[in-house]
Design a binder for this molecule. Structure first.
Ligand code: 1BN
Ligand code: ZN
Length: 343
């Protein structure tokens, strides 16, 4: 009889323990959600327009698709436009997509987190082996669309989330990939990559020093940022994200935070501790002009000829080299970071 009673008590204790365990975990940190298939569809949705080369119909249609989708997810969207100088001295029209994700009133005073990617695709496949293919634009499934797809899904999840919402700004840069093509032999101007990021950063510092009377004119310009994260080429099935040189130089503290978060989520195989050489990506101008510490999460391949994946700036940067699982891991890191209460 004693044994039966003891067994009954042990069983009761076990049941109570099991029932209370998930509750404790849920209280400790809000559960984050991210739907990889949805993110994948957002990547495919962009690629379906064809190469998003600035000045083309596909580029304009894709801008509308992204902007309208983000508005549907409750974001306040503005298109920031301007003219920049191209590698060959010609003027280049630029249109950045700026989306403000509204915060809970309790969190509204906190500095925003900037999440960025680029939505244009490179007009030339200048890394193709066959030189006859080098003047054709690339699909840009990884190079551009992957980062945008992850952030569109972040916005969708943000709308579904009930609480713990601090300000988040999503900026989707234009004309990142307009740098001089490898086959160009004319006189080349410096700073020919990342034209949208340069426009955004210049506007940000101008408006911070002299805010416009209509302060709603460019939502992002008045915001104070804790830090920024740029996603570039984040969909490859074998993606590896080492710590990028400029990110370490200007935002090392945040590199540590992001890579630690990834490790805690079990993604240390993806967010590795090796380093890259300096990469002139959009984050460089966010760091140096806007002075917002900004980290580049970018698929880098050490030892290769270019430092990037075999499909980089070729026709093979298509949906066959995008994997929902990689998008999920990056998305989970983003959702966890924007939910964190320690910054
Ligand atoms: C990343 C993807 N970048 C372009 N497409 C940035 C870059 C610019 C990388 C110049 C290497 C050289
Ligand atoms: Zn590129």
């Amino acid at each position: 009889m004693h044994i039966v009673r003891s067994l009954f008590i042990v069983l009761c204790l076990l049941l109570v323990g099991c029932a209370s365990a998930p509750k404790k975990a849920a209280e400790a940190a809000p559960a984050v959600a991210f739907d990889a298939d949805s993110a994948y569809r957002f990547v495919a949705g962009q690629v379906a327009f064809g190469p998003r080369v600035p000045g083309t119909e596909a580029h304009q249609q894709c801008l509308l698709y992204i902007g309208q989708t983000l508005e549907r997810f409750g974001a306040q969207v503005q298109i920031q436009t301007g003219e920049m100088i191209r590698y060959d001295g010609q003027m280049q029209h630029v249109a950045n997509i700026c989306a403000h994700l509204p915060a809970d009133s309790a969190y509204a005073d906190r500095p925003a987190i900037l999440l960025a990617a680029h939505y244009d695709s490179r007009p030339w496949a200048d890394q193709e082996e066959d030189y006859t293919h080098r003047t054709i634009p690339i699909p840009g499934a990884n190079d551009g669309a992957s980062g945008v797809g992850v952030l569109m899904e972040v916005a969708r999840q943000w709308q579904r989330q009930q609480e713990h919402k601090r300000p988040v700004e999503i900026v989707l840069f234009d004309c990142e990939d307009m740098g001089a093509p490898a086959f160009y032999t004319g006189k080349q101007l410096p700073h020919s990559w990342c034209l949208g990021a340069q426009l955004w950063a210049n506007t940000y510092i101008q408006q911070r020093s002299a805010p416009p009377s209509n302060s709603a004119s460019v939502l992002t310009a008045s915001a104070l940022y804790a830090y920024g994260i740029l996603l570039d080429m984040v969909g490859d099935p074998n993606a590896s994200f080492p710590r990028e040189y400029y990110s370490m130089q200007y935002a090392g503290k945040y590199v540590d935070k992001i890579w630690r978060t990834a490790e805690q989520l079990g993604f240390a195989h993806r967010f590795v501790s090796t380093r890259t050489y300096p990469i002139t990506d959009d984050h460089y101008y966010v760091n140096t002009i806007a002075k917002i510490p900004c980290v580049d999460i970018i698929h880098y391949v050490p030892g290769g000829e270019t430092g990037f994946a075999w499909w980089w700036h070729t026709q093979k940067d298509d949906m066959s080299n995008v994997n929902p699982n990689t998008l999920r891991e990056v998305g989970m890191v983003m959702m966890t970071l924007i939910n964190a209460t320690d910054n």
